[in-house]
Design a protein around this ligand. Structure first.
Ligand SMILES: O=C(O)[C@H](O)COP(=O)(O)O
Length: 231
């Protein structure tokens, strides 16, 4: 049995302005950093062995705050960010082989990035609803199959996120290691849809708050046996 902890990043500066963000790399504001600290407090009795996050700074920042603010979450290990770059000049990885016992690896992947919001990126959500209608904007934001103009549908997000979850993350859980994923509203909706076997109709109603840990228990077959939300 292993625990999978999902956390959407804390409030970013564009979340605060109610702007579609997608792949725009907007950092957390003071409130977002405080939300990540509160998430760390809520997780004080938990332990994780490995962390996955996206390439976007708001998720990386959230992951690192959670891993470093709480005294025990890393169980005495040091979080080490594992940049996945194909560049032989990259900071001399060849000189450092790693020490699995001392480290808590933090893997970054674009597969966990927010859905690409296309032409909506940078637009205010309320103003967009006035221009295109609330129903249309809600379809762009929450439906499974309808893509925002020039952007990714949830279906497209599932196609890049869920294979990464199955190929790279699930094996840690099936080995009994607790995993933290700090990511985004829609990449996490993709993972939740897969974990909970939700239908296209059911995923429409799934909303994920910033900085709120969602914890799943998974058995050795990777099936969810319990879920807790730390509001
Ligand atoms: O990219 C964004 O704007 C948000 O982080 C997620 O937005 P949504 O709740 O409109 O999907």
């Amino acid at each position: 049995m292993a625990k999978l902890i999902l956390v959407r990043h804390g409030q970013s500066l564009w979340n605060a302005e109610n702007k579609f963000t997608g792949w725009v790399d907007v950092p957390l504001g003071a409130q977002g950093r405080a939300e990540a600290t509160i998430a760390a407090d809520k997780l004080e009795t938990y332990r994780v062995r490995v962390c996955f996050t996206s390439l976007l700074f708001r998720a990386i920042e959230t992951a690192i705050i959670i891993l470093t603010e709480g005294d025990d979450l890393c169980d005495g290990r040091i979080p080490i960010i594992k940049h996945d770059v194909d560049d032989e000049d990259w900071h001399g990885w060849d000189k450092y082989k790693g020490d699995p016992e001392q480290e808590l690896p933090v893997y970054l992947s674009s597969r966990l990035d927010e859905r690409y919001y296309g032409e909506l990126q940078g637009l205010n959500k309320a103003e967009t609803a006035v221009e295109f209608g609330t129903e249309q904007v809600q379809l762009w934001r929450r439906s499974y199959a309808v893509a925002p103009p020039g952007g990714e549908s949830l279906e497209a997000t599932v196609k890049r996120t869920v294979p990464f979850f199955r190929d790279r993350i699930l094996k840690h859980l099936m080995d009994g290691d607790n995993v933290l994923i700090a990511a985004h509203g829609n990449s996490l909706r993709a993972i939740i849809m897969h974990l909970e076997k939700l239908t296209e109709a059911a995923i429409v109603n799934v909303e994920i708050g910033t900085g709120i840990p969602i914890i799943y228990d998974l058995n050795a077959n990777g099936q969810v046996t319990d879920k807790v939300i730390l509001h």
